[in-house]
Design a protein around this ligand. Structure first.
Ligand SMILES: [Zn+2]
Length: 264
């Protein structure tokens, strides 16, 4: 990714815009987003890209995309279309972790139970080694205690809430959060990484891991999760193999339109 300070959609490569639209569709195809939830990608140290206020599966062209400022989560253009109320999840994560390139916010129903249970989400199978042995749960009530006048709708609708959530990813290690995945109590989760496709992968396999852990717990015996080193060493797999498959799945499905794709 270029270090150039990108402030307009016209400055972004068509390849990245096309990939972003595919990412929105893939997340819907795999059940990570429905009408709600969103993904973003960093454009420069001070800006990031996200769709306007709309259901991710319906994002189709550049007119659906908006450039935002990392500094305050507001659109760069004064006349930008309405954005997501929870865009501060993204802006504050980019601010806290300068090497983070993409952020996903999902309300996956497979994952939410682990945000309200005393049983922690842990890496249970090899595709989800990136979860490691600790997946923090951020509790918005901690912020409500500090700011009792806030609307307690569980949503991250300002920079203070976004900053508190971002901190729960732990200290920055080489510019990346120590904990790439954080659950949000009674709400959903946040996934981060150093590339758009990897954030999609982490979202998909976080939800699959939750399913596996739930199924194993239901068997009634002891659940044996991955050891720290196992998680670390299995977490290195890339996106080269799954990404073309995921793109094909959404391009062959008529619900999704991507006007930047060569297939259109
Ligand atoms: Zn949300």
């Amino acid at each position: 990714m270029s270090n150039k300070d990108i402030k307009e959609i016209s400055q972004v490569s068509e390849e990245l815009l096309c990939k972003y639209i595919h990412a929105c569709h893939i997340l819907h195809y795999h059940g990570l987003v429905d009408a709600y939830g969103h993904i973003s990608v960093r454009l420069s140290p001070s800006t990031f890209l996200m769709s306007r206020y709309m259901a991710p599966p319906l994002v189709a062209s550049t007119k659906d995309l908006v450039v935002y400022k990392v500094e305050d989560g507001e659109a760069v253009a004064a006349d930008a279309q309405r954005g997501f109320s929870e865009r501060f999840i993204h802006s504050e994560t980019y601010k806290a972790y300068p090497k983070t390139q993409s952020v996903l916010h999902s309300h996956s129903l497979d994952v939410v139970p682990f945000s309200i249970s005393s049983i922690p989400l842990q890496a249970c199978f090899h595709r989800a080694g990136f979860l490691g042995t600790t997946v923090p749960v951020w509790d918005v009530a901690d912020v409500y205690r500090e700011y009792p006048s806030y609307n307690q709708d569980m949503k991250v609708t300002n920079t203070k809430l976004g900053s508190a959530l971002a901190k729960s990813h732990g200290p920055a290690v080489n510019g990346q959060p120590k904990y790439p995945i954080v659950l949000m109590r009674g709400h959903g989760f946040v996934a981060t990484s150093d590339m758009l496709e990897m954030t999609v992968l982490r979202g998909i396999y976080t939800a699959q891991n939750a399913k596996v852990q739930m199924a194993a717990t239901g068997l009634g015996g002891q659940v044996r999760v991955l050891a720290e080193r196992e998680g670390r060493e299995t977490g290195k797999t890339g996106v080269v193999k799954p990404w073309p498959l995921w793109v094909l799945e959404v391009e062959d499905n008529s619900i999704y339109r991507n006007h930047l794709s060569k297939k259109e």
